[in-house]
Design a protein around this ligand. Structure first.
Ligand SMILES: Nc1ncnc2c1ncn2[C@@H]1O[C@H](COP(=O)(O)OP(=O)(O)OP(=O)(O)O)[C@@H](O)[C@H]1O
Ligand SMILES: [Mg+2]
Length: 454
């Protein structure tokens, strides 16, 4: 049964709506002013709020805003008096589903209520779907056909069951967390996977977060609390963005790793922990060590095995494969059957640089699926900067300055740009670079020599 909150200071209106809506089979609560309406909403479990715009102690707009900022927001229908169109418009702008003008007809409100409730249900279903998708994504499969990724998978499978400490490093969005979870899954460890983002926790709370605290050890420590090390008992503790761990905590972490014991903040009992540590960073930790921002001893302790995930731009073979995978995922999630990816779209996707790596590609595809109106993913659904990219985008308009130009020089610099780009995209693999440029390996080698590269 759908639950509706009616907010109106006029008793007759509250009564009329309550009786009428109950007869329609809805659960109804009613309130006469803003404060008690907000209170009623905080209790949650509402599917629709119908509010008058003029109410004592505030405005219907306050009720609207509060309703729309709830975690699972109900739709809001506002009631306006005749001749206050501007406020109704304002309410619509702030996210009201619809408005009805007093005096209204029963049929009118009936239809509006039904449609608003449908909208609430639909948004909730979408959110739930997204949530499930995120969960699936979080533990999802790591895909990759490129030799570089195959290598990553081989190493991953080899080290996972050993319980050895692993440092995963790679640029943002390359799938470090996915790899960490995979390491845990394949480890066979019975305990949980516990993740902590070292850059997201305020410095002052980090120690108690990791190691726990005893009651009264600092203001706000109202009771004993185990830290994440204890929570991850017999499992895996994932220290994400470990490069951000404050220097003063690094010796404590090192000690916990070396001795397999932790001490809660303010406590003196040593607690034995059996935890596998996987950490991740997108920083060059070696450089951080040289610059004194990360302790060398801790670095070696974390970096027993390094798993490097290459950026997407140097494993272009993965782009079409991942693109199709994400297409399937979002086409299904959005209930939008799509026949695949048009060739020029694929070309544009392959020509892009992906500073945000796989996450960026995934977001691009998600957006494109949402925007696509045809039966195939077309280039029109990509952001403009991608559509313009690729070979077509870099075609120049020939212009000759008044003083003339040095054509040989221009061509050399153009050639150099393309060769550089091809080498960058292939991570310096000359065979691949030659293929990208439509040259044989020997011709590329010859040109590289001429250009003084490689
Ligand atoms: N190889 C892959 N196969 C499938 N999905 C991937 C792959 N790599 C990354 N993803 C997806 O890309 C997104 C980002 O991955 P993840 O959060 O693991 O990256 P990250 O390296 O931890 O990024 P950050 O440094 O920004 O935290 C996730 O939605 C993940 O599912
Ligand atoms: Mg991450």
């Amino acid at each position: 049964m759908a639950n509706i909150l009616v907010v109106d200071d006029e008793q007759s209106m509250r009564e009329f709506l309550s009786i009428f809506l109950r007869k329609e089979g809805y659960g109804v609560a009613s309130r006469a002013d803003a404060a008690s309406a907000l209170e009623a909403m905080a209790g949650g479990d509402l599917d629709l709020v119908i509010t008058d715009l003029r109410i004592p102690g505030g405005s219907g707009l306050d009720v609207l805003r509060a309703a729309r900022s709830l975690p699972d927001p109900p739709e809001v229908v506002v009631i306006t008096a005749f001749g206050t169109a501007e406020t109704a418009v304002e309410a619509m702008k702030q996210g009201a589903y619809d408005y009805v003008t007093k005096p209204f007809k029963v049929d009118e409100i009936k239809l509006t209520v039904r449609k608003a409730l449908e909208k609430t249900a639909l948004s909730r279903e979408n959110r739930e779907l997204r949530r499930r998708l995120e969960i699936a994504g979080a533990g999802g499969e790591i895909l990759g056909r490129s030799p570089r990724m195959q290598e990553v998978f081989r190493l991953l499978e080899r080290v996972a069951p050993t319980g050895v400490t692993v440092l995963v490093w790679g640029e943002s969005g390359t799938g470090k967390e996915l790899v960490a979870r995979r390491l845990h899954t394949l480890s066979g460890r019975k305990g949980p996977f516990v993740a902590v983002n070292c850059s997201a926790i305020p410095e002052g709370l980090m120690e108690s977060e990791l190691f726990g605290h005893v009651k009264g050890s600092f203001t706000g420590a109202a009771s004993d609390k185990p830290g994440l090390f204890e929570e991850a008992q017999s499992g895996t503790l994932f220290l994400d963005e470990v490069g951000e761990l404050p220097l003063h905590l690094q010796p404590k972490l090192l000690r916990a790793l070396q001795e397999g014991k932790v001490k809660r903040v303010g406590g003196n009992r040593e607690i034995a922990v059996d935890v596998r540590i996987v950490s991740a960073t997108n920083k060059d930790l070696g450089a951080e060590v040289r610059e004194g921002r990360f302790r060398e001893d801790l670095y070696y302790r974390l970096n027993v095995v390094a798993l490097e995930i290459p950026p997407l731009r140097i494993r272009c073979e993965d782009i079409p494969f991942l693109a199709h995978h994400f297409l399937k995922k979002y086409a299904q999630a959005f209930g939008r059957p799509l026949e695949g990816i048009a060739p020029d779209t694929l070309e544009a996707l392959e020509g892009h640089d992906y500073p945000g790596n796989v996450r960026e590609l995934e977001n691009l595809i998600e957006r494109a699926v949402a925007l696509e109106t045809g039966g195939q993913l077309s280039a029109d659904s990509l952001p403009a900067n991608l559509r313009g990219g690729g070979a077509a985008g870099s075609r120049h308009h020939a212009s000759i300055p008044p003083g003339g130009l040095d054509l040989e020089g221009v061509l050399r610099s153009l050639e150099r740009d393309y060769v550089d780009e091809a080498l960058r995209r292939t991570g310096g693999n000359k065979t691949e670079a030659a293929r990208l440029l439509g040259l044989s390996f020997r011709v590329l080698r010859y040109r590289l020599e001429k250009l003084g590269i490689g």
